[in-house]
Design a protein. Structure first.
Length: 169
């Protein structure tokens, strides 16, 4: 796993897709992840320490985990398949000797990691693929080893929005 830092949040007033950029701690590699507007605003709130009067969903989840005595040890972005990132929370329950893994979207996991002040780790093959250094990880390759040909798309943590069909004139 590669230790990464959130280095930039790019939000657009008009549009659903926002971006966050992760960079290797002490290294040159980095990559963007496209996320939804709600998640981008939550990450922005955490970074700027602006809290609304009532807890948003990510704060509620973080508060529930800590109220149960558990702690978020780290988050891990574990896979990149068909331009979609996959992540998990690594939680430690009180008195436990092994962590509990919970699947999550990277944007949600990063929002929680920022609240917890815990590390963001990304699998080495995911960093290489997302940073354009090599092919995507093999876990998304169908049996037989051949992936269907698709045009390249940016790494994304949300499903792509359907394109509108244009009328012929």
């Amino acid at each position: 796993m590669v230790d990464m830092l959130l280095v930039r949040i790019v939000t657009h007033d008009h549009g659903e897709q926002q971006s966050i950029f992760l960079k290797e701690r002490g290294g040159p590699r980095g990559f963007p992840i496209l996320i939804g507007a709600h998640e981008a605003h939550e990450i922005q709130r955490v970074v700027t320490h602006l809290e609304p009067p009532r807890p948003p969903t990510h704060k509620l989840l973080f508060d529930a985990v800590t109220a149960l005595g558990a702690r978020l040890e780290r988050i891990e972005i574990t896979d990149l398949r068909q331009a979609t990132f996959f992540a998990r929370l690594v939680l430690m329950a009180p008195g436990a000797t092994t962590p509990v893994h919970v699947d999550a979207r990277p944007s949600d996991a990063i929002a929680l990691a920022l609240r917890a002040g815990c590390p963001i780790h990304v699998a080495q093959d995911v960093v290489s693929a997302a940073a354009g250094e090599g092919p995507p990880p093999q876990s998304g390759t169908p049996p037989g080893g051949k992936s269907p040909k698709k045009p390249p798309t940016p790494p994304n943590d949300e499903p792509p929005t359907p394109k509108k069909k244009r009328k012929k004139e």
